[in-house]
Design a protein. Structure first.
Length: 478
């Protein structure tokens, strides 16, 4: 019987990928372990191996195709003794789009939606729309051939736009066209709230998908934060109209987001929305660490190992987490996970995005081992050759922008972790040493902590432990 070769999930966060390159062609004999294709995931370009034996009867998805869903058939393999032509004929027809579920008895009053007939939408997106009461007719799909996919609805899911109570038809005032004559894109809930508050939607800048006005935009206008609002009967001021230059008049180039950039956008937006960040900053004197680093590098030169300040920062943070285990945790809703090992994720900038290779058990590794691993992981990250276990996980992160001359910054927590250390540049500054003002090399570091899991006092203890290790670095060698 023909074997359907499906798009694999090559990382835990992968929902779709790009079939970058086929390494086989129709008619090729393949065995278990043979490389079949290169697939771009949300993190890297990875090689896909065969697990079955047979002949490539048909390549269903051409190389270079974007947005191929996990589980979608990409090729068909004919097993031994089968005719390749029969295998082609055995390719299953696309599954029909599931019919809308009958009125849910568990939720007797779902928000009604317009008929979705004729709208290109993935089954998952259709289910979400029906469950949340989202009208698909006004959404521009970003999937293949303009299909609406799950990601297009993410901006609406958490906004409260899908109220469980029936949504009445918008009144003419709430649905009024903008001053330019074009209908303003807005969710039904946003229109209803705007009408209740006397806010003219045409004066608002939507932050939802495709510029759609959502509930949060109405609330911001109501409280005077962000966008401005005016009574529903007030037309936009002429000056405001003159200042609103259509983006089509500005020279520009639109680039399609890569899978990696989509994932970064989704995860970091979720982090800022879900995790209440608290920021703690401390100045750390570097002179003793720099002196020790020079001495160690002199002794390691014959082994081809060279320590960086960042390698020593990784070690210091790992030991600090060992000393203050209250910060080596993750918030899991109704549980707090306490880690017994210090795995440090290191932010590495790569073409098109950011990836965080992990130095496992960093507290118990030598500085030379950390330096060797960090160099290897960063190099393979640049080439897109990391395996999922090399960048997934981690209990805390380090983001170092000191080499770029940045003095101080705050970093966004990498979920599900609960802290990240933002490291600035070491620079000569006036510094009080032994009650006298002297010149010292000082580095500013800022810890971002998820306040749901880590209290400010515990975050302060962690930074104090980190500062002590950096300023007396022989403690990292004990």
């Amino acid at each position: 019987m023909p074997i359907n070769l499906q798009m694999p999930a090559l990382s835990p966060t992968m929902e779709e990928g790009t079939l970058a390159k086929w390494l086989v062609k129709e008619g090729d004999q393949v065995s278990s372990g043979d490389l079949l294709a290169e697939i771009e995931t949300d993190k890297a370009t990875m090689e896909f191996e065969a697990i079955d034996e047979g002949v490539i009867a048909k390549i269903v998805v051409a190389e270079g195709t974007d947005n191929v869903k996990v589980g979608e058939i990409i090729a068909i393999i004919a097993e031994e003794g089968e005719d390749a032509g029969d295998a082609k004929a055995a390719e299953p027809a696309p599954a029909p789009t599931p019919a809308p579920a009958p009125a849910a008895k568990e939720n007797p009053a779902p928000a009604p939606t317009k008929s979705n007939d004729g709208i290109k939408v993935s089954p998952a997106a259709r289910r979400i729309a029906e469950a949340k009461g989202i009208d698909l007719s006004g959404i521009t799909g970003t999937g293949p051939d303009g299909k609406i996919v799950k990601g297009d609805l993410e901006g609406l899911e958490g906004s409260g736009d899908a109220a469980p109570a029936p949504i009445p038809a918008p009144a003419p005032v709430a649905a009024a066209p903008s001053a330019s004559g074009a209908r303003v894109k807005a969710t039904p809930l946003a229109r209803r709230l705007a009408k209740q508050k006397g806010i003219d939607i045409a004066t608002l800048t939507g932050t939802g998908p495709n510029g759609r006005v959502i509930k949060a935009d109405i609330e911001a206008a109501k409280t005077g934060e962000g966008v401005t609002s005016a009574p529903a009967t007030t037309a936009p001021a002429p000056a405001a109209q003159a200042a609103a230059i259509p983006d089509t008049e500005i020279p520009h180039t639109d680039e399609k987001l890569s899978n990696m950039r989509k994932t970064i956008a989704r995860r970091l937006t979720g982090s800022m929305q879900d995790a209440p960040h608290i920021y703690l900053t401390v100045d750390v004197q570097l002179d003793a660490l720099l002196a020790l680093r020079k001495e160690l590098n002199d002794s390691l030169e014959s082994r081809g190992v060279k320590l960086s300040v960042n390698d020593m920062v990784i070690k210091a943070l790992a030991i600090a987490l060992e000393q203050v285990p209250e910060c080596n945790v993750s918030f899991l809703g109704d549980q707090l996970r306490r880690y017994e090992r210090q795995d440090i994720s290191v932010a590495v900038s790569i073409p098109g995005g950011l990836i965080t290779p992990v130095i496992t058990d960093a507290a118990n590794k030598t500085l030379s081992k950390i330096a060797t691993e960090t160099k290897d992981l960063a190099s393979r990250a640049q080439e897109g050759k990391l395996q999922p276990h090399e960048y997934m996980g981690g209990t805390a992160s380090v983001s170092n922008m000191g080499m770029m001359g940045i003095k101080q910054f705050t970093a966004v927590i990498n979920p599900p972790q609960s802290m990240i250390l933002a490291v600035g540049a070491g620079e000569k500054r006036p510094h009080v040493i032994d009650d006298s003002l002297q010149i010292a090399t000082v580095m500013t570091v800022t810890g971002s902590f998820d306040h749901r899991a880590i209290d400010g006092a515990d975050g302060a203890k962690l930074l104090a432990a980190f500062k002590a290790l950096v300023e007396k670095p022989l403690g990292m060698l004990a």
